[in-house]
Design a protein. Structure first.
Length: 599
């Protein structure tokens, strides 16, 4: 399969970030392929990265191509490009409030109508109608829905399954705008039959229906007619079971997976519950993502082999079949149970990010005896973390015998979980020597005052020249501080200083608080610190770039009102490798997804 085809396949599966990376890679070999560029930007837009998608739309020349698409299917391609341009304005409307929301909705409505004039597109017309509804112009919305319905009926026998899906989805949205919920539900039933495994298409339509539900134009239960695969994070006790107990436990797990139509799973892979969840997911054809707390071989010795050698073979078979395997910490275990807690937090956050992108809500399935954990890690601790994040929980009673883990007392220096921020000022090399006191007092003074306001959330702070290094006790505190630093520095104005843009980069993970004999105080060390330092030189001025672990942990605190938008893989400084990267944005409008509805 070609890279371009793999990108489309990933897009259909709802793996938006992977689709973007694949399409971007293919564009390296086919830079003039407009359809491929469209795929890349659409994938980025579907991931929620509105700013990044719009920037790439222009960088790739799609604004020019929309004027005259150079291909045999010029009309179809041009409509798709104009529709994508309109979608970018629609995404801004969705994430805005009040007058700003209405302004972007009006822009999107006009862009969709322009697309509908290039070809008689029901898809463009119904989107224009929905955007008109968001502006408050219900009459324009109804008129657009009637026009869309007429166009969709004429194209209903297109004969192409993908095209037929969008015709059915268009009819559903148009009927909903006209207040005919019964007809909308029937059309969604057709769309459901046509969509198959195309999670991307399902999610796009569901997102449109959410807009109508927000405007009280349709009941939210209408979304149940077009389900998407459920997303489940999983965990549980280490167990060993006789065949009968294991069969009973497997039935309990299958019941949870069936109830929520789970198609994507995130978990670790210890003996017992973890392996059983993973095997059950693979047996139903679900996509499996694994997060291990530390080195995979050491994890086997501490968390798999204590249950017996049979579990080792099952662990390895599942690991081989997983779609991805990530490791939470590069360092060894050394008896630091905090690494187990970090791994679970990361998989919970990644599950929530995936669910948000596919318009559903992640659940947490646990095999748990209901008892609180005694230390920093354990199923009880994991449950408490998820419940604090407002997540939905499914508890399965354990069967069999609990396995005592292969852990050991903590050795070596203490490790803590925190978030590191590195920053410097673009343009500092142009600061004249005579202006240096002003830089220190005005610019670094502003930075220091902003850090002061974060209070006890800041565990460590330092500066050297134009460099700034801060360690926060939580990712939410680090994200908030980073955006406040950007805002406060942007307000600094002095006559004798050049324009100075602050670059900030963040990473979350395990760090060593160690006594620095040079500074004669406790400072923070470890690969997590180095990761943030290597990202910072590649960060655009005025932005905050963060890693995937940072973004995942941030997703566990939606109330903080900050989103991490994917921007693609970034080549880090000093050959540290390519890392998936996110940019922090304020989330003006937080709409938490409700509990799962069961069709």
């Amino acid at each position: 399969m070609s890279t371009a085809a793999a990108a489309l396949e990933a897009l259909d599966a709802g793996e938006n970030l992977r689709a973007y990376d694949l399409a971007t890679s293919a564009l390296g070999e086919q830079p003039r392929d407009v359809r491929l560029a469209h795929t890349a930007v659409l994938a980025l837009a579907r991931s929620g990265a509105v700013d990044g998608a719009e920037a790439r739309f222009h960088e790739l020349g799609l604004d020019v191509a929309a004027g005259a698409a150079p291909s045999a299917d010029a009309s179809s391609l041009r409509v798709d490009l104009l529709g994508l341009y309109a979608r970018l304005a629609k995404d801004r409307a969705v994430h805005a409030d009040g007058d700003e929301r209405r302004r972007w909705a009006a822009i999107a409505a006009d862009r969709y109508e322009a697309a509908s004039k290039v070809a008689d597109s029901g898809y463009a017309r119904v989107n224009a109608a929905t955007m008109a509804l968001l502006t408050g112009d219900r009459e324009r919305a109804r008129a657009g829905a009637r026009a869309a319905l007429s166009t969709a009926r004429r194209g209903a026998d297109a004969g192409v399954r993908r095209s037929a899906y969008w015709e059915a989805a268009t009819r559903a949205e148009a009927h909903a705008l006209l207040g005919d919920v019964g007809a909308a539900a029937a059309a969604l039933g057709e769309a459901d039959a046509l969509a198959g495994d195309d999670v991307g298409a399902r999610s796009s339509t569901r997102r449109q229906l959410e807009l109508l539900a927000d405007e009280r134009a349709v009941p939210a239960r209408l979304l149940e007619r077009l389900p998407v695969p459920g997303v489940l994070a999983f965990a549980g006790h280490r167990l060993t079971c006789d065949p009968g107990a294991e069969a009973d436990l497997r039935d309990d797990l299958d019941a949870v997976l069936d109830r929520y139509r789970v198609g994507v799973g995130y978990g670790s892979l210890a003996c017992g519950a973890d392996v059983l969840w993973a095997e059950a997911l693979l047996a139903r054809g679900a996509t499996l993502h694994i997060v291990l707390p530390f080195d995979p071989d050491e994890f086997i010795e501490t968390s798999v082999r204590p249950g017996g050698d049979t579990w080792v073979g099952r662990h390895l078979a599942v690991r081989e079949a997983a779609a991805s395997v990530a490791v939470a910490s590069d360092g060894p275990y050394q008896g630091h149970d905090e690494l187990y807690a970090l791994a679970t937090a990361l998989l919970l956050g990644r599950a929530r990010v995936h669910a948000e992108a596919t318009t559903t809500a992640a659940r947490f399935g646990v095999v748990w005896d209901g008892k609180a954990a005694n230390g920093p890690a354990g199923t009880g601790t994991d449950v408490a973390r998820w419940q604090r994040a407002g997540g939905e929980l499914d508890v399965v009673a354990p069967r069999g015998t609990r396995v005592r883990g292969g852990g050991r007392p903590s050795v070596g220096p203490e490790r803590v979980i925190g978030a590191a921020l590195f920053g410097d000022f673009d343009g500092f090399s142009r600061v004249a020597d005579a202006a240096m006191p002003n830089f220190v007092n005005a610019v670094l003074g502003t930075v220091g005052a902003t850090i002061d306001r974060a209070g006890e959330e800041v565990a460590y702070r330092n500066s050297w020249g134009d460099g700034v290094f801060v360690v926060c006790r939580s990712v939410s505190a680090a994200a908030t501080l980073a955006l406040e630093l950007q805002a406060s520095v942007a307000r600094v104005s002095t006559d004798d200083l050049p324009a100075l843009g602050l670059r900030l980069a963040g990473h979350a993970g395990a760090m060593f608080p160690l006594h620095d004999p040079v500074q004669d105080r406790t400072t923070y060390w470890g690969r997590s610190v180095v990761t943030a330092a290597r990202i910072e030189p590649r960060t655009p001025s005025g932005e905050v770039y963060v890693t995937e672990p940072f973004a995942a942990l941030l997703a566990l605190d939606p109330a903080v009102g900050i989103a991490a938008e994917y921007v693609g893989h970034l080549s880090t400084a000093k050959g540290f490798g390519d890392l998936p990267m996110y940019v922090l944005r304020r989330r003006p409008r937080v709409r938490a997804r409700g509990a799962w509805s069961v069709p």
